[in-house]
Design a protein around this ligand. Sequence first.
Ligand code: ZN
Length: 401
Amino acid sequence: MNLKIPFLILLCLLTFGCENKEIKTYIKDDDFVSISYPVTNISFLDEAISSYITKVKAEFDLNRNKKELNISYTYKEVNDDIVSVGFQTEIITDKKINKIKTFTYNRKSNKFLTLDDIAKDLNVFDDDIKKSLLKEYQNVDMEYLNGISYEYFTIGDENLTLYFNPTLLNLDYDEIVHLDIPLNSLDLLIDIDKTQSNDYYFNIKKRNIDLDDKVVALTFDDGPSRYTEGILDILKKNDACGTFFIIGNKVEFYGDVLRKMLEYNNEIGNHTYDHKYLTRLSESEFKEEVNKTQEVIKKETGYSPTLFRPSYGGYNDTLKSYTDLKFVLWDVDSRDWSVKSKDRILKNVLPNVKSGSIILMHDNHEYALNALEDMIKSLKDDGYKFVTVSELLEFEKIRDS
Ligand code: ZN
């Protein structure tokens, strides 16, 4: 009897079972589409998420007046069994539509949970909920409110959040309506694991750079992702560093990767929370994109970024005046997401680098990762030293003074 076969099968199961969770980000720069979603490795949940996203994307693609699509998520492991995921979808065509979709899944019972599975006697709160909605959103139609169901909810650290699609409430208000109910006021039918906030502090070490050195800054946008750690390892192995412009909505999922970034002496910059096209936003919407990202990075790492890279590279002076963060673009574009091949990435970068260059790459796919080691070696052979963007700006200030 051949014993190798069962052994191989067991090994595969183990490997698949241990597969890492990740956040996938789909950003198409020429279409203004930005989609982030978690891959939970719970097959029913992942299928439901993926079919939701596919459907929204297909509808958007068919719309003749399509301008921008943003899908962002919240993700919470409520306890060992239950995962709560919420999607906020913003579809901009000739008008702007916001939609909410939520999933709460119990992997032990293989079941999507409704609010009745989460808390006992929620109808006790029914009147309070309606009153709060009326108070907050004066135009809510009472008739709609009476027939309202609590279909959309997520569970967070402190609150159960109920969401209502604006059209459902008969509002011509274009934001998702939501209401937080403190968990400790509810008669819960499930256990909630309290997560502790992290306390990590890092000091970025100074690099030894002479004023006549040639310097270059590698920058990576749209992460973190499953490829980011590979990039960090290559940077460390080659005594190089990078500046990572992070999308805020992914930070909590990749706390370990962010801490490793700092531990390996890289820099973290802010690349908005949801990767929206910024010049369409109001002052308060823009500030929320920036500040939420600052807060979540600080919470995970203890580090506060000082640099900001606008999503899609789109900005104006008004936006600049809304924040103290320094706007950073690039002068060398690898176009890694478009050309994909290592050789073409190197061809886009190497001939165009000069001392003080900022190179744009992305860490939400494998293309930059594949080209990185050769790029670093080639630049080193040409006498370049690697610095973070803040170090580069500091270096230029000192050199020019
Ligand atoms: Zn980006």
